[in-house]
Design a protein. Structure first.
Length: 365
């Protein structure tokens, strides 16, 4: 029986050795995964990188625009009617107060005459009542009429005065409406366009013609918000006409502080006083640039996190989350202070959402 006990002992030892082997094997594999060879086989996050560069700012940026007259107006009647006559033609020179067109409204003249007649009747009644009041005051002084009769005439006098004031206001109103049948020039200039012909019905506020002054030109350019800090009212800007040798200057007369459109550009109006310029020509207005150097990085490289604005800096194919401060937006780039990052630093600009601090990456071409 001794040989049977020995067989059982050998079987138990083999079973124990196998158990220990399977227990030790996972630990060996875990240690093997941390070796450089295993790390090299770990899948890398594919990203694209960009290099931090210094801003290359020219001394002046030029913005294209078109010259236009500084003073212009679209004229319209304030009442309805039929255009009776147009007294000017397209391109004609006009003077302030000159009648440009007349309107016919059949209800205006009778209304004015009725208001004038009503006022005249009230004024006649008031004059008669004044004589009556004077007579009664004399009789009252002689104790020939009662105070009640005198007070009735005085009350009628006050009522007539109020009625006369109301009638005079009504007459002024009808007279003003009658005056609105004449369209007059608010300033000297030229007829730029004619929009209606005699005989056509005109609604109140409907444009009839456009006029423009022949004195003074201006232009409007639209600039990004970071350039507004370089401008001030009254500042002189360089102006040139493309494809020619004509160069001159303009004066900033208006800087918009807001914009309701979907385009993040702000209008700036520049006065042009050079007599060599004409209306409707293409020009370029120069805007001086801030000469302080800044770092430029792609907007897509900047992401918002719990710590604020950050970027992923690439060091030996490993990314490090770095906080940054954005000074301004310049097109598709963000401007950073010079002490934010060294120039030439590589930043991840695509694939940021799949990254965490310390991840290894694979740079795509």
């Amino acid at each position: 029986m001794w040989w049977l006990s020995r067989a059982r002992l050998m079987f138990s030892m083999k079973y124990l050795c196998l158990t220990l082997f399977f227990l030790i094997l996972p630990g060996c594999q875990s240690d093997a995964d941390n070796t450089p060879a295993a790390l090299a086989d770990t899948p890398l996050t594919p990203v694209r990188v960009s290099t931090v560069r210094l801003s290359e700012q020219p001394g002046t940026l030029h913005f294209a625009s078109v010259s236009r007259v500084r003073q212009r107006a679209t004229l319209a009647f304030q009442i309805n009617g039929v255009l009776r006559e147009r007294h000017v033609e397209l391109g004609q020179s006009i003077e302030p107060g000159q009648v440009l067109a007349t309107l016919h409204n059949p209800a205006l003249q009778p209304a004015r005459d009725a208001a004038a007649a009503a006022l005249a009747q009230l004024e006649t009644d008031a004059a008669q009542n004044a004589r009556e009041l004077q007579r009664l005051e004399t009789l009252y002084a002689r104790e020939m009429v009662s105070l009640q009769v005198l007070e009735q005439v005085r009350t009628r006098t006050e009522s007539l005065e109020s009625a006369i004031a109301s009638a005079r206001a009504s007459l002024n109103q009808t007279q003003q409406l009658l005056n609105e049948t004449r369209l007059t020039a608010p300033f000297a200039g030229n007829v730029e366009s004619v929009l209606l012909q005699p005989g056509e019905f005109v609604q109140a506020g409907q444009p009839v013609m456009r006029i423009s002054s022949s004195q003074g030109l201006e232009t409007e350019i639209r600039i990004p918000p970071h350039l507004q800090a370089n401008l001030s009212l009254g500042q002189t800007l360089p102006v040139k006409v493309p494809m020619t040798d004509l160069t001159t200057t303009g004066t900033v007369i208006d800087i918009s502080k807001g914009n309701t459109s979907d385009i993040a550009l702000y209008p700036v109006v520049v006065a042009l006083d050079d007599s060599r310029l004409q209306t409707g020509i293409s020009i370029e207005v120069g805007i001086p640039m801030d000469q302080q150097p800044q770092l430029l990085v792609p907007m897509t490289a900047v992401m918002r996190s719990a710590e604020g604005l950050t970027v992923f800096v690439v060091e030996n194919d490993i990314v490090r989350r770095t906080p940054v401060t954005v000074l301004s937006i310049r097109g598709e780039h963000a401007a950073l202070p010079m002490d934010s990052l060294p120039a030439g630093t590589q930043l991840v600009y695509t694939g940021l959402t799949r990254l965490a601090d310390g991840d290894r990456i694979r740079v795509l071409p």
